[in-house]
Design a protein around this ligand. Structure first.
Ligand code: NAD
Length: 498
């Protein structure tokens, strides 16, 4: 069995806390690794290594800094097949989907290569007599990131690439459930020329996260995970004076208007609901057909499609999705399906107890489809994070919109329609951060910022795009004058431009 490590000061460092958790291969159910859980002292060592490296890194010109990211892109592309297989093995998603996980991370690295443009600041000549004013963007110092299990390549890259491009040093605490890829990413950054200590990885659980939240040298922390933890992390970090951005859970609706192209809807819905076994924060978990005619037609088409979903091992190129991440998560999702039945929803397709021949101990679950869901049911109000799609019917467009707006989560939403007027109204009024029009998973491209609303997000600046550059820097405004001989006398009133 493999024993994972930390990555501190440019070197692999064995865990010293004596605490470990098991790492699994979801497709077979085997225990394949021991993951060290860092103590407060180990986290402090990583932060101090970052603290030492950061001033030297910040003094490197922005253009030279991003050359390291360019080299990293090359190295990562060269190794991407190996990493996609490793990622799929630890996470359970298919290798094809794991390639996408890496690619979406790479796209933010490409975006971060443009950091010198964002770091330019501004200059105003002669804002007063002989006075020039200029703005500088400076790095924060040491930043930290805490990431979830479901995108072990993409989300770490979303966090560390902009920070490093901006001249910050970074301590990453990846999910303990699939930590091998984040560790390798950090090593590749050093192979690409990043000075030791600028990027560190500590593996761990709540103890490590708390240590980051309480360490005075950590100036900002980015978190992605479930809402309860996001809210806790946000409150504790903010109370300690840190800049925080915490992304939480989701319940993403797809509204299907009566004029939508149903063939397109069914395919979009199937992929968005069941891809990665529903373990995506942008997965569609609620379908909202508007009107009885479209509801009946939609359900009629969905049932055979969900019954014949191809579930397979992560390495099976034919598989549409693979196993869930752990047995504990499989049990949690199964319990939600039990709950839906007891709450009175109609289980049209039951994926509980699915077994894949040859992989009997894997963490598999078949696709589940519920109809007759109501807004009061817990299966509707809470995030399930598995291959479970709910159908909740709306009588008209206003009812569908109200459903989305009343939900406590506001990460992503989609509307399928041919009517430009309805789509425009929806886009403008809906209380959700990322909106798709005939696009089921509207995850923004790297040059725009990513972030939900309501209880899907605590903070104000999103991931990547222009927000990332603001999150990773602080602005300094300089007002400057070079006095001539025999300057003016003292002034006791506030300077103005009059
Ligand atoms: P999680 O909340 O269990 O864990 C996330 C991270 O927090 C991990 O690194 C974990 O070690 C740490 N952690 C767990 N419990 C903690 C505690 N009590 N105190 C401090 N740290 C703790 O989430 P997960 O199961 O890894 O990921 C799935 C969740 O992430 C889902 O809710 C999903 O919607 C969400 N997610 C959100 C986004 C987004 O952008 N909004 C993106 C991806 C995933």
């Amino acid at each position: 069995m493999q024993e994972l490590v930390h990555f501190i000061g440019g070197k692999r460092v064995a865990g010293a806390s004596g605490r470990y958790c098991d790492g699994y291969e979801p497709m077979s159910g085997a225990t394949i690794s021991r993951v060290p859980l860092a103590s407060q002292a180990e986290v402090a060592a990583a932060v101090e290594s970052a603290e030492r490296a950061q001033p030297v890194w910040a003094a490197v010109s922005p253009q030279r800094r991003v050359r390291v990211l360019m080299k990293f892109l090359d190295l990562l592309q060269g190794e991407s097949e190996v990493l996609a297989n490793l990622l799929a093995r630890e996470h359970g998603k298919t290798v094809g989907d794991a390639r996408g996980d890496i690619q979406r991370g790479l796209e933010v690295v490409e975006f971060a290569i443009g950091a010198p443009h964002f770091l330019k600041g501004g200059f105003s000549d002669s804002s007063g007599p002989g006075i020039d004013v200029y703005a500088m963007r400076q790095p924060l110092g040491v930043m930290a990131g805490v990431t979830p299990f479901n995108f072990p390549a993409m989300i770490p890259m979303w966090m560390f690439a902009p920070a490093i491009a901006c001249g910050d040093a970074f301590v990453l605490k990846p999910s303990e459930r699939d930590a091998s890829v984040p560790l390798r990413l950090a090593e590749l950054m050093v192979e690409a020329g990043l000075p030791a200590g600028v990027l560190n990885v500590v593996n761990g659980d709540k103890e490590a996260v708390d240590a980051l939240l309480d360490h005075a040298a950590v100036k900002a922390l980015s978190f992605v995970g479930s809402t309860a933890v996001a809210e806790y992390v946000y409150a504790r970090g903010a109370a300690n004076g840190k800049r925080m951005q915490c992304f939480g859970g989701a319940k993403n609706h797809m509204i299907i208007m009566p004029d939508a192209d149903l063939d397109q809807v069914v395919e979009a819905l199937i992929g968005a609901a069941y891809g990665a076994a529903g373990e995506r924060c942008m997965a569609i978990s609620v379908a909202v057909p508007v009107g009885e005619v479209v509801a009946r037609a939609l359900v009629h088409r969905l049932v055979p499609r969900v019954k014949t979903l191809k579930i397979g091992a992560s390495t099976d190129p034919e598989a549409e999705f693979g196993p869930l991440v752990t047995r504990a998560h499989l049990e949690k999702v199964t319990a939600y399906v039990d709950l839906g039945v007891s709450e009175g929803a109609e289980l049209l397709v039951d994926g509980r107890g699915f077994h894949l021949p040859g992989f009997e101990s894997g963490f598999y679950m078949g696709g589940c489809l519920f109809d007759g869901v109501t807004r009061r049911m817990r299966i509707y109000r809470e995030e399930i994070f598995g291959p479970v799609l709910l159908v909740i019917r709306a009588a008209d467009y206003s009812e569908a919109l109200a459903l989305v707006d009343d939900h406590e989560y506001g990460n992503g939403v989609a509307i399928f329609t041919r009517d430009g007027g309805v789509a425009r109204d929806f886009v403008s009024r809906v209380q959700v951060g990322m909106v798709g029009v005939n696009v089921p998973i509207p995850t923004p491209v790297a040059s725009y910022s990513f972030g939900g609303w309501k209880r899907s997000f605590f903070g104000d600046l999103g991931q990547h795009g222009p927000d990332a550059m603001r999150f990773c820097t602080k602005t300094k405004i300089v007002t400057s004058r070079w006095p001539r001989e025999g300057g003016e006398g003292a002034s006791f009133v506030i300077p103005t431009t009059r």
